[in-house]
Design a protein around this ligand. Structure first.
Ligand SMILES: [Zn+2]
Length: 282
């Protein structure tokens, strides 16, 4: 694909009416928007034949703005147009996936928004070919490819997911169970984890599919109760939050949240806050 992550096609190839002149203009390429990435990457490897911008409007290629043409190893010509910036020079050899430029709207970009106009031509440089065979995107309006998802933290952390509907809560709980990580539901707001960086990607991918927002909350800690027993309170403080139970020396818990010198822990019997002063971090 030309962009990492999701590639959106607002206008397909080979139709009249997609762009200007009341539909009288043939569209010789696919317009592709990188939703997660602005770097235009070579659909196929080859050699850079052109890397330029034409400003003389008697030459119709001015409409392409900054553009790069690659003569591919299979002999085709691939044109990447409307770039904000070109990152390769004529004569350079490029591999598939290599950066060619940055998505832009130079020249006569349809709609005026940033995209790449990707054209595919036969070895004669003239005969138009369907670019969808190389772009990885069908020749239809739509979004192709999966969102590019990276972990929110380089270390294990707790993820806050939601607000989520009951159905979405059930789906996230099932995923957490399959990853063998804790999942706590407080009225549709889920605390999932601690989750490793690898498992964060799984949680984020699922949440993206369900359209749920995710934030990384307190870095995960596992603590051991160091005093004979420790009061568990409704909030992070002694004065305003009442005691709702206690935990015994030697008991171990995952910290789901922290605030000041207080940890929010989940025990088999209750959820609540304990003072960080009387615990040992494991
Ligand atoms: Zn176009």
């Amino acid at each position: 694909m030309i962009f990492e992550g999701r590639n959106q096609i607002p206008y397909g190839y080979g139709r009249y009416g997609w762009t200007r002149s009341n539909g009288k203009t043939w569209h010789g390429g696919q317009d592709i928007v990188g939703l997660d990435d602005a770097t235009v990457r070579a659909a196929e490897g080859g050699k850079v034949l052109r890397s330029r911008i034409v400003t003389d409007k008697r030459d119709r290629t001015w409409e392409w703005g900054n553009y790069v043409t690659v003569r591919t190893t299979s002999g085709e010509q691939h044109i990447y147009a409307h770039l904000a910036e070109r990152l390769v020079q004529v004569g350079e050899t490029v591999a598939a996936g290599q950066s060619l430029g940055v998505m832009g709207n130079t020249g006569n970009a349809a709609g005026g928004y940033r995209h790449v106009h990707f054209e595919r031509r036969a070895s004669d440089g003239k005969t138009a070919l369907d670019p969808s065979a190389k772009s990885g995107c069908a020749n239809r309006v739509g979004t192709y490819g999966a969102a590019k998802i990276a972990p929110l933290s380089g270390e294990a952390c707790v993820l806050s997911v939601g607000p989520a509907s009951a159905g979405d809560v059930a789906a996230m709980r099932a995923l957490a169970a399959s990853l063998q990580v804790a999942c706590r539901d407080a009225g549709g707001m889920l605390s999932v984890g601690p989750v490793s960086p690898g498992d964060q990607v799984a949680v984020l991918t699922k949440a993206a599919a369900l359209g749920l927002p995710v934030t990384a909350s307190a870095a995960a800690k596992r603590i051991e109760i160091a005093t004979p027993s420790l009061r568990v309170r409704t909030g992070p403080g002694t004065d305003e939050f009442k005691q709702i139970g206690s935990v015994k020396a030697g008991e171990r818990f995952d910290v789901l949240d922290c605030c000041g010198g207080w940890y929010f822990i989940e025990t088999p019997a209750l959820d609540g806050w304990v003072s960080a002063d009387f615990v040992k971090v494991l």
